[in-house]
Design a protein around this ligand. Sequence first.
Ligand SMILES: [Ca+2]
Ligand SMILES: [Ca+2]
Length: 158
Amino acid sequence: MLICTVIYFSKIMLNRSGVPKFAIICLKQVCGVDWSLVYDSCFRLLRGSVTQSTAQNNCIEKGGSLALASSAEELAAVQAFIQSEGIGPDDGVWVDGSDAETEGVWRTASGEVMTYFGWTGDEPNGGTNENCIRLRGDRVYDDGCDVTHKFVAALCEL
Ligand SMILES: [Ca+2]
Ligand SMILES: [Ca+2]
């Protein structure tokens, strides 16, 4: 993400021709402490065994929300990130997305209908029993929203 700002020059700074009255300066977003720049956003893992809705609340508490990968490139980068954070093959992280309201219609927490998923193999395969999206380093799958494993985490995004 780029953060841009408009800088206005005072009259003193202008020469006689006085052409530039303002400049637009853009900086690539630098993530704060505890956040990592992955692809084009800042991500952070919150460790702890929680339901998806608690995971979302925990992300909001940190100023973000559950992560949403919206392209194959971003998903691959995010999966490499969680692997680098030590998320093993039997663990999973909650990301944004639920079809609890209408089976098969996946929406973000803010209510937008999702179009990119990157499902693995025959997923989603849980019907009305599995309405939330979980991510592993090598897998994207639906799981029960209240499932808590020994080790899971929330993947938050700013
Ligand atoms: Ca479902
Ligand atoms: Ca499933």
